[in-house]
Design a binder for this molecule. Structure first.
Ligand code: ZN
Length: 544
């Protein structure tokens, strides 16, 4: 009975795990590698035969968790894809869009190749593969245990990350043995979720696969983020020009519409221009969000019950057709939300092209900008950029708001993890090595055994649990060389603890610095705590 890791190990994208027993092979997620991870994995095949997979359990709709499902089906997978109802609706939008982007990308590469006398490029999958994959969806309710097949029971719990996102609890058994319980966190939302509920508390597990996207960082507080948004928006309104908000149109766009609504309530006299969500995909997604009111947070449900639409600020309209979208370019004012979130395509491109050169344009970045994207170049202060073959001089003002995250931060992850019993073993995935290591230290601090797997690793689910959490390797090595007095270690430990808290306060407002220094502080603290524990032990031994 094994858990095999095929993606999102030491990286953030490409989630793909396999539960393998004598009786079946079931995948959890089947995602695409994106951004920097994409190049590293380009051209890779599945390291297993898709025809030999019995079922897929899907945590949520994001492409880095679902994007390779059509390829899996194209290569012979015939089982069911289990997911929540909202996820089953959102993947329809996201997978069709993914096929469209792949087709355009393949056509562009083909033209480029043709000029060099190289062969045509085919997309990984096409529209019909997407439809074949969608036909295999089987949706499951939250919070109910059901048997997928003999030896595998599962329960989907709300993960609070995007609509329909799930934590999956799996009870795995072979023959008539007692089942082993594995919990897959999927992507977890923040504990103070805004449009989604907080992630469900799970209290029992033998193994927990936990994401670590922000395992080494704390987010800016909600109050600070909103204050920042308000200040920037007031500045933009005063300057009177266009406001462009490049945004991922699933979840982040809905969150921003809600934030605009709240800001209008708070500042009823602020003369905000009309607001547009310029994306047919965004329109459909917003409709799906509104249709699943029961999954939304208490605040949003209350609003809906009072007959108010949380996704419809004053002066708002959806933009569906390309003509309507072009008409907005001719206007001097307007707040335009459009994809893609990193300015790597989509309708935001023509809005940027028509407005970046104007001084009174304000661009709001409300999500992560990966290296190599136009969004990142603009954030980094590029003075000239090329859009659709034309060089544009950049005069607009930029506002980068990092607080609108749909992910749990370090504090949230450790808090969610703290509900598991100490026998639970944590397998840390879905994070850069630095984040994963920092989260591992935090979990070890709390007394849990941890492992950061590499791609291709197999975890024996029947291996006996370690007696106690393993101490960090580095501490033992260094401690051997220290001749310490217990009292000294304790006083140094207290000092470091106090300093850590002080620095946390100071650094929390500065993301980059915080990100680099916090893991070091945490390591230092763990090291000293280990030293204190070992010191106390050796002092006792000395006396005995
Ligand atoms: Zn996600």
């Amino acid at each position: 009975m094994k858990l095999r890791i095929f993606g999102a190990a030491g990286e953030v994208t490409g989630s793909n795990y396999m539960i393998e027993t004598a009786g079946y092979r079931v995948l959890v997620d089947c995602g695409t590698h994106q951004g920097e991870d994409e190049e590293r994995h380009e051209g890779e095949n599945f390291p297993y035969d898709p025809a030999g997979i019995d079922a897929v359990l899907l945590t949520h709709a994001h492409i880095d968790h679902s994007g390779r499902l059509p390829l899996l089906v194209r290569q012979g997978f015939k089982g069911k894809i289990y997911c929540t109802h909202a996820t089953s609706e959102l993947i329809e939008i996201l997978l069709r869009d993914s096929a469209k982007i792949m087709k355009e990308d393949a056509e562009w590469r083909t033209r480029k190749n043709a000029r060099k006398g190289l062969p045509a490029v085919k997309p990984l999958y096409g529209d019909n593969d997407v439809e074949d994959a969608l036909a295999l969806r089987s949706y499951v309710p939250y919070d109910e245990v059901f048997e997928i097949m003999p030896g595998l029971k599962v329960r989907f719990r709300d993960a609070g990350h995007i609509l329909g996102s799930a934590i999956i609890e799996a009870w795995i058994s072979e023959k008539d043995e007692k089942p082993v319980k594995v919990v897959f966190s999927g992507d977890l939302g923040p504990l103070d979720g805004v449009i989604e509920k907080p992630p469900a508390v799970v209290e029992e597990a033998d193994f927990v696969l936990i994401e670590s996207t922000y395992g080494d960082r704390l987010h800016k507080s909600l109050a600070d983020t909103r204050a920042e948004f308000q200040d920037a928006m007031e500045a933009a309104v005063r300057s009177g020009g266009k406001v462009l908000v490049p945004t991922f149109v699933v979840d982040r766009a809905q969150r921003m519409l809600y934030e605009f609504k709240l800001l209008q309530k708070k500042l009823p006299d602020l003369k905000m221009a009309n607001i547009y969500l310029d994306s047919p995909m965004g329109v459909k997604t917003t409709e799906i969000y509104s249709a699943h009111a029961a999954l939304l947070s208490r605040d949003l449900k209350e609003m809906l019950m009072n007959g108010e639409d949380p996704f419809e600020p004053r002066g708002f309209s959806f933009v569906r057709t390309a003509e309507e979208s072009r008409a907005i370019n001719a206007m001097d004012e307007g707040i335009v939300l459009a994809g893609s979130g990193m300015c790597s395509g989509g309708r935001i491109m023509h809005h940027l092209k028509h407005s970046l050169y104007k001084k009174d344009t304000h661009v709001f970045f409300v999500g992560y900008q990966a290296y190599g994207t136009l969004g990142r170049r603009l954030v980094d202060g590029a003075k000239k950029v090329r859009i659709a073959g034309e060089e544009i001089s950049v005069k607009a003002k930029f506002h980068t708001l990092n607080g609108f995250s749909a992910h749990a931060d370090r504090g949230d992850l450790l808090s969610w993890a703290s509900h598991f019993p100490k026998k639970a073993r944590f397998i840390i995935v879905h994070g850069e090595p630095k984040s994963a290591e920092s989260l591992a230290l935090g979990l070890k601090d709390a007394g849990y055994a941890t492992r950061i797997p590499a791609i291709g690793d197999e975890i024996d689910l029947l291996a006996p649990a370690p007696e106690r959490a393993e101490m960090p390797v580095i501490s033992k090595r260094i401690l051997d060389r220290i001749d310490f007095d217990t009292k000294d270690v304790e006083s140094v430990l207290n000092m470091i603890s106090e300093r850590t808290d002080e620095m946390r306060e100071k650094l929390i407002n500065n993301d980059e610095q915080y990100r680099n220094i916090m893991p070091l502080l945490i390591s230092a603290r763990t090291l000293l705590e280990t030293a204190a524990a070992l010191g106390a032990g050796s002092a006792r031994e000395g006396k005995g």
